[in-house]
Design a protein around this ligand. Structure first.
Ligand SMILES: Cc1cc2nc3c(=O)[nH]c(=O)nc-3n(C[C@H](O)[C@H](O)[C@H](O)COP(=O)(O)OP(=O)(O)OC[C@H]3O[C@@H](n4cnc5c(N)ncnc54)[C@H](O)[C@@H]3O)c2cc1C
Length: 428
């Protein structure tokens, strides 16, 4: 039986970025990627809003995102691969209390070269048709909605096409001689004694043992290293061998509304923020409903990342809930943007966040010849390049990964045992 140098389970954005960087650094090694779906990026990657921002309070989150975005921009502008990346910016609308919380963080980041622009609410009201004053609205008061006090615009942020990013990594990995098998489902991890003695029932607890490969619905595949990049499904495989990864799945939903009316078209194509001449990715004041413009499709994607009491639940095909839009997102949205009055979504989809319950940062660690890489907690597209490089450095036994732009990153900072991350204060 062929033994691979590495098998990577999961052809999502993180699995393929990892595969590409490992193969790039080890051109002679035999690397296999497998996925249960029939094509790349059909898991959570396909369900993403595919937006990015280089604005995080945690230096680790910041460098993961900033270096990945720089790499995608390089791929698009220097290598000529269209990733449909547009720097449309993020517009974060804030109530007075939110702003008081955010101002010191922004000041600190500005000292480290973050560029942003502060808007008074009144400056945004007219160009966006934004309702900034909800004080006299009884329903808004009942819902606890706040007046808009300021807007913060972050230019190094925007949208990209996750599918194009995935295709780029897939093509490059194949071009370098990597192998991919789609439509293969991993059922279990194989545990074997490091030094087998040939007795039935091995490995016994007194033997040193390791993960030596995977059992799939089309047979056993052995490898020197097994790399789990199976997103929200990582714990499903790890639980069975008693390895904790602190990743839990949570459903997230996106609703697509067409910019049909002249008022909505005007909002979608608001000039003055970015070269694309469209509304930036916009975050409403708490509870932070998200508006992701999709100018080429003339559509808005609307979402909200609910926490309590949304269950941690692993589902193969999570479904959007009609009431989540109708009684949730819509009710908040229409108070700030009355242009959405009576708008119903023409389509919707749902996927899973793979949430790291320790601190919301990704995890990359090795145990018993198994490497786990994932837990990007809802920001895997914007961080995938850096995460892939860190996983590749771990595979190579390096202490440091070199991220795009020659930025040095200590690999163990994302491990479980020697983890060193600061809590993120700018979560959406
Ligand atoms: C609604 C929503 C909006 C989001 N918006 C954004 C955003 O704007 N920006 C951003 O950066 N991120 C966003 N994300 C997060 C982002 O999509 C994820 O962080 C990222 O896609 C994770 O990639 P992954 O490769 O780890 O997982 P996945 O893409 O889920 O890939 C895992 C792969 O593993 C395969 N797999 C699992 N189990 C097995 C098995 N047993 N056998 C074989 N194959 C298996 C699956 O088929 C899948 O293809 C969003 C996510 C959701 C759900």
């Amino acid at each position: 039986m062929t033994e691979y140098d590495a098998i990577i389970v999961g052809a999502g954005v993180i699995g393929l970025s990892t595969a590409y960087h490992i193969k790039r650094q080890n051109p002679d090694s035999k690397i296999l990627v497998i996925d249960k779906f029939s094509a790349a990026g059909q898991g959570s990657t396909a369900k993403s809003m595919s937006a990015f921002r280089c604005l995080f309070s945690s230096p680790i989150n910041y460098v993961l995102s900033d270096s990945s975005v720089d790499f995608y921009n390089y791929v698009q502008t220097e290598l000529g691969v269209d990733l449909k990346l547009f720097f449309i910016g993020y517009l974060w609308l804030l109530g007075e209390d939110d702003f008081a919380e955010m101002a010191p963080i922004l000041k600190k980041l500005a000292a480290k070269s973050l560029k942003y622009r502060e808007y008074e609410a009144e400056e945004l009201a007219k160009p966006l048709g934004l309702n900034i004053c909800l004080r006299d609205d009884e329903e808004a008061e009942l819902m606890g909605l706040k007046d808009v006090y300021k807007g913060i615009f972050i230019p190094k942020a925007g949208i990209v096409d996750a599918d194009c990013v995935v295709k780029f990594y897939e093509e490059e990995f194949l071009r370098l001689g990597g192998e991919i098998r789609y439509g293969v489902k991993v059922q279990d991890l194989i545990v074997e004694a490091c030094k087998p003695i040939g007795i039935a029932g091995e490995p016994f607890f007194w033997q040193e043992s390791r993960i030596s490969g995977i059992k799939t619905d089309s047979g056993i595949i052995k490898a020197k290293k097994t790399i789990l990049a199976s997103g929200a499904w990582i714990p499903q495989l790890l639980d069975s061998v008693g390895i904790e990864c602190f990743i839990k799945p949570k459903k997230r939903q996106v609703f697509a509304v067409e910019a049909k009316s002249p008022l909505l078209r005007h909002l979608l194509f608001t000039e003055g923020f970015n070269p694309a001449g469209c509304l930036p990715f916009t975050i409403l004041p708490k509870p932070r409903v998200l508006i992701r413009p999709f100018p080429t499709e003339r559509v808005f994607w609307l979402s909200y990342a609910d926490d309590f009491p949304r269950a941690f639940k692993l589902e193969d095909d999570p479904q959007p809930e009609k009431g989540f839009y109708q009684y949730g997102i819509y009710q908040v949205l229409v108070k700030y943007f009355p242009q959405f009055q009576d708008c119903r979504p023409y389509s919707a989809f749902a996927g899973l966040y793979e949430i790291n319950t320790l601190d919301g940062h990704p995890v990359v660690f090795e145990e018993k010849d198994l490497i786990a890489v994932g837990g990007a907690s809802g920001s895997g597209i914007m961080k995938a390049d850096a995460i892939g490089r860190i996983a590749a450095a771990l595979y190579d036994g390096e202490d440091y990964a070199i991220l795009y732009g020659d930025r040095k990153f200590r690999v163990s900072d994302l491990s479980i045992k020697e983890r060193r991350v600061e809590p993120e204060k700018l979560q959406i």
